[in-house]
Design a protein around this ligand. Structure first.
Ligand code: NAI
Length: 462
């Protein structure tokens, strides 16, 4: 038995960041992880491998669409799917090994195995019980399926199975037009699959600014994705070689179905807390399976904290990381804080989509007086030079004070551009503050400045 100031259960972005930061703060820390490698869902079977496949297929798309225009002749390369998967796995391995190195560097002990909490102050891993003054639960989430749908990770897959398909399917049905559905749908569409996305709501990407969602759907449709909206999936009947997806259109209850080689179920995720022993401990849970915490990430049981996908809020790696840092500060007797008003969200398709703060719909609902500054990438010289002039930046600011309330971008590099707005929002900046900041020419970020200018007298290049 060993004794620690803190044991973190879960080695994903929330857990490993928490462990490293707590060690930086001088605590004696262990992190429990049952997978063969650190990094959790994000590094092993989520954010990172999907970005590798998005990168490879983005280049393929570029070859098809733009190479000849630039005088780069010779036709499209053939796809070696097995090699592409190796590349993806190399990227994963590099990252997970990196976390192992960081644990060693920061003297964080990796307790290999699945952890449970037999009583407050104790964590059991395998046959060993360790003592912990504090415990942080960072066990993440798992894919949530639908009634009438059995996932076999071969023909009917979640995002995990979608990363390791034995062959590129000719046809694919994606259930759910959320982040996973559209990122993985894009990957396979670019690899030549006919992808049909079936979505329950009347728009794609629920919660996203409406104008951006519309533009995003139009662009993805041009790239070959098909959409069936307002359709509730009823069942998926799988065979060895494919599956039939049946849905009901919500507007008139009419039924339709489609056969596909592969069906990707991307209808959301749910907290993963099974096996921890929370019920026996009396840890208070919320109706949707999340652990209830207070503003210091503390559960109702003294010395037990929880963060990340296992607690309420957006299921995003960076939100979990921020909570991991903050709870480490709290445990070290300092002040830990997460500003939930400024958490960016990014979809890594081409073009990328990124947002932070309020959407226009939210501001309307709140009855706030606001102004909109919009700038199309058509007016951005750099975007035009690389054939990525689709999309726009939309900045929302308070009508009276000019304070920035939100930003929504669809276009090249959106996932990076959004962060200057995040920093501006953290500092309580106005749109004019952004507009008065010199932006290098020619860069995509000039489009952000132009949107800020559009909140005042007007953009220059539109
Ligand atoms: P999601 O919540 O983003 O989207 C699920 C979609 O499925 C929704 O549009 C919903 O209306 C639809 N749906 C639900 N039931 C349905 C039914 N019966 N028939 C048809 N459609 C139905 O969930 P997703 O994409 O599975 O992602 C899970 C989590 O992982 C999300 O919280 C997401 O933010 C996170 N994630 C984030 C990424 C990023 O930041 N780039 C990448 C991948 C995942």
């Amino acid at each position: 038995m060993a004794s620690f100031d803190l044991i973190v259960i879960g080695g994903g972005p929330g857990g490993y960041v928490c462990a490293i930061h707590a060690a930086q703060l001088g605590l004696n820390v262990a992190c429990v992880e049952g997978r063969e490698t650190l990094g959790g869902t994000c590094l092993n079977v989520g954010c990172i491998p999907s970005k590798a496949l998005l990168n490879a297929t983005h280049h393929l798309h570029e070859v098809h669409e733009n190479f000849e225009k630039m005088g780069l002749m010779g036709g499209a390369p053939t796809v070696d799917w097995s090699k592409m998967k190796d590349y993806k796995q190399d990227v994963v391995n590099g990252n997970t090994k990196g976390i192992e190195f960081l644990f060693k560097k920061n003297k964080v002990t990796w307790l290999k195995g699945w952890g449970s909490i037999p009583e407050p102050g104790k964590v059991k891993v395998g046959d060993e019980v360790h003592e912990a003054k504090n415990i942080v639960i960072a066990t993440g989430s798992e894919a949530s399926s639908l009634p009438g749908v059995t996932v076999d990770e071969k023909v009917v897959v979640t995002s995990t199975g979608a990363l390791t398909l034995p062959a590129i399917p000719k046809t694919m049905v994606v259930i759910g037009a959320g982040v996973i559905g559209l990122e993985m749908g894009s990957v396979y569409a670019r690899l030549g699959a006919q992808v049909t996305v079936v979505e329950y709501l009347e728009a794609i990407t629920p919660g996203m600014d409406g104008e951006v969602a519309k533009s995003f759907q139009r662009i993805l449709s041009k790239q070959g994705l098909k959409f069936v909206l307002g359709a509730a999936v009823q069942k998926v009947e799988a065979s060895e070689t494919g599956a039939k997806v049946t849905w009901k259109l919500r507007k008139n209850d009419s039924e339709a179905s489609l056969d596909a080689d592969v069906v990707l179920v991307a209808t959301g995720r749910k907290p993963f807390t099974a096996g921890l022993g929370l019920e026996a401990l009396g840890v208070e849970m919320l109706p949707r399976g999340q652990i209830k915490i207070d503003s210091h990430f503390a559960t109702n049981i003294k010395g037990i904290y929880a963060i990340g996908d296992a607690v309420p809020g957006p299921m995003l790696a960076h939100k979990a990381e921020d909570e991991g840092m903050a709870v480490a500060e709290v445990i070290a007797g300092k002040h830990g804080h997460v500003n939930y008003e400024v958490i960016p969200g990014v979809i890594y398709t081409t073009p990328e989509v990124a947002s932070v703060g309020k959407t226009e719909e939210q501001l309307k609902e709140e009855g706030r007086a606001y102004k909109v500054g919009k700038f199309p990438f058509m007016g951005n010289a750099r975007a035009k030079a690389v054939f990525q002039a689709e999309g726009f930046v939309k900045l929302l600011a308070d009508k009276e004070t000019d304070r920035i309330l939100g930003c929504h971008i669809i276009g090249p590099g959106a996932g990076d551009l959004i962060h200057e707005v995040c920093v501006a929002m953290e500092f309580g900046a106005s749109a004019q503050d952004l507009a008065l900041t010199c932006h290098a020419h020619p860069t995509y970020s000039e489009a952000v400045r132009e949107a800020a200018l559009a909140c005042g007298l007007g953009a220059i290049h539109a």
